[in-house]
Design a protein around this ligand. Sequence first.
Ligand code: SAH
Ligand code: SF4
Length: 337
Amino acid sequence: MNLDILKDILHTEPTFRFRQAWKAIFQDLIEQWDENTTLPKQLRERLHSECPLEISAEMFGSQKSDSQKALITLEDNEKIETVLLNHRDKRHTLCVSTQVGCAMKCAFCATGKLGLKRNLTTSEIVDQVLLFARYMKKHTEDERIGNIVFMGMGEPFANYTNVMSAIRILNDKDAFNIGARHISISTSGVVDGIKKLASEDLPVNLAISLHAPNDALRSRLMPINKVHNIDKLMKAVGEYVNKKNRQVMFEYLMIDGVNDTQAHATELALFVKHPLYIVNLIRYNPTGVFEPSRPDAIRKFKNTLLRAGVKVTERHEFGQDIDAACGQLAGKRRGKD
Ligand code: SAH
Ligand code: SF4
């Protein structure tokens, strides 16, 4: 669905027509314009031919499994992935992509290997949520999307404007009505984006992919560190926290023998100890380069941080069964490539 075309078409109509169409799309979750009964037939026919509602996607994984993945084909035939992480409490988390591929080239990330193809439009970001909202309406009784995480393919702050416009639609009470506090943006450390987010009025959550406790190692794992090093990053995060008084999560992948020793934990503890900082230890999903840390190493690493007074959690593991956990998306067609 293309929201720009929708706005263009309805531009000359009375404003209540736009509200009717908006409700039909985001609340009634219609999949064809002819399912709607409030708009005049002629207008529906025009919308049908110029602003179709179909979202072309293949679904993987079952409702019973930990996660479900959608492989969405965009108008120019590029493919992106969206993952629904199934929680037991019926309010699920949807992991959304912001770009086709990613320019950041992090050494451990499958998306990084693709390079950047292009930014997603606001409509393409919103469509990912729409697809799963429709799916849940059809296949479940009262399950819904409770949280959105911008942790799929791409760097959200490299597509700042479209991501923020999409968030406003997710947040809109006449659209998805998902509270900003239930929306999280994860960045590899784009400092300008962190600064801009600090000046937004929306209380979305910020997560920083840190993954290393010093510049030498972080630059090796995440080339963006050569532009925005840890000092610059921590300064921007500090300013964000001072302004917003909101918690920031530092994501830390546990990679065997690379960033998971006691010395790394001690070094990390020096700059992430803060009442509003929390470190999230994530088990590395192998993408062919490194190995995940051994459980024993993760336990020791965690204890070192805890003893130093750092707040720590461990990310629940999702989606291993269908090769679709957040952060290891490569837009591949399973079994067909
Ligand atoms: N580009 C943004 C958001 C998408 S990646 C970012 O980097 O923050 C979402 C998260 O998945 C990031 O923390 C990323 O570092 C992590 N990730 C990437 N590759 C991974 C892998 N192979 N296993 C586990 N997490 C991974
Ligand atoms: Fe891009 Fe994030 Fe993957 Fe790095 S981890 S390559 S920033 S998607």
